[in-house]
Design a protein around this ligand. Structure first.
Ligand SMILES: [Zn+2]
Length: 336
């Protein structure tokens, strides 16, 4: 039954259908199989041609195909695999030393068993969790990865340092919130991370600065440890506060000033600020006569057959009466 269904999918498949939103423009999905907890997507490259990595000559001479399997970012919390038909080509340049080469995949490098997208997801999730916790959370999302593998991914992160960098940003970052801190160094030109140093006490920063003596401008946060390290190693270097911390500082100071200078309550009446609460004026609303006129509403009091005015509101408002005073007192007592 299952095989039959799979065959039908093959027959129905329209090869011109574009799945490039899932992959890149050179690959397409030609089949998929789904079971209770996993999803398998079968992909191929569209063009049968590839540039030789050595000489750069385009080759369309197919040597062989082989299959690679990658775990990918999960879809609907199902563990998702990409099965790629990968091509090997013969180099068509007779002078080239490279005889056979494999096509490059845009979503994973050679020997990778997970796609770049999945590795990024794993790193992003485990940034805020222990490796063991991340492994469990990822399992719920549909990613099978051991805590050892997460650690290996972390160990493999490399920063491309630039010894000629002239303008840098320095900030302290929490690797594990409240526990481990690190010092991040950015290239101010494009804000990419060029180094991640242990701790935030400025000692590793000193060592780093010794091998980056072309630095002439540092945007840093308010940490005094960084200022001391920079002053010691590169005294000529200009230190500026970065926008974020400058604004944070400014807002902090302004808040304190407001707290001290301003009364706890302010009243605004007729566009004027007053520290006193305005007197409450209770006014009876008069009917809008012009509106009543437009409605042709007779607002005169009713008259009985003897020509006397009928008063419906016969409530007596003796506010000084004992009964009223008693009720007022008990209201006050209840509200307190
Ligand atoms: Zn070649």
């Amino acid at each position: 039954m299952y095989l039959k269904r799979k065959k039908m999918i093959h027959m129905k498949y329209i090869p011109t259908q574009d799945y490039s939103f899932l992959l890149d423009e050179n690959h397409y999905v030609y089949d998929h199989v789904e079971d209770e907890d996993s999803l398998h997507i079968y992909i191929k490259s569209k063009e049968h041609g590839c540039k030789c990595p050595l000489c750069g000559k385009m080759s369309t001479k197919l040597h062989a195909t082989y299959r690679r399997k990658f775990q990918d970012t999960p879809i609907h919390c199902k563990q998702t695999f990409l099965h790629a038909n990968v091509y090997k080509y013969d180099c068509e340049n007779r002078d080239c030393e490279c005889k056979v080469f494999m096509e490059d995949l845009p979503f994973a490098k050679a020997s990778q068993v997970r796609t770049d997208a999945l590795n990024t997801l794993i790193l992003a999730v485990s940034m805020f969790l222990s490796n063991e916790g991340a492994s469990k959370v990822l399992a719920l999302l549909g990613v099978q990865v051991s805590n050892d593998t997460i650690q290996r991914l972390y160990d493999r992160i490399e920063f491309i340092d630039n010894p000629d960098v002239e303008e840098i940003g320095i900030d302290d970052v929490a690797i594990r919130k409240g526990q481990t801190y690190a010092t991040a160094i950015y290239d101010l030109k494009d804000h990419h991370l060029i180094a991640l140093l242990d701790g935030r006490d400025g000692i590793p920063l000193k060592e780093w600065l010794k091998s980056h003596t072309k630095v002439r401008l540092v945007a840093r946060d308010r940490a005094n440890a960084y200022a001391a390290a920079i002053n010691e190693i590169l005294p000529e270097c200009i230190q500026v506060a970065d926008r974020f911390h400058l604004l944070q500082n400014l807002l902090g100071y302004m808040k304190n000033i407001f707290k001290e200078e301003m009364p706890s309550r302010l009243y605004i009446q007729n566009g004027e600020i007053s520290e006193k609460a305005p007197e409450k004026i209770l006014k009876e609303k008069t009917p809008d006569v012009s509106l009543l006129d437009s409605l042709h509403y007779d607002n005169t009091p009713p008259i009985d057959s003897n020509g006397n005015e009928v008063i419906y509101d016969n409530k007596k408002h003796y506010l000084d009466s004992r009964q009223y005073q008693h009720q007022k007192a008990s209201r006050k007592k209840n509200s307190n």
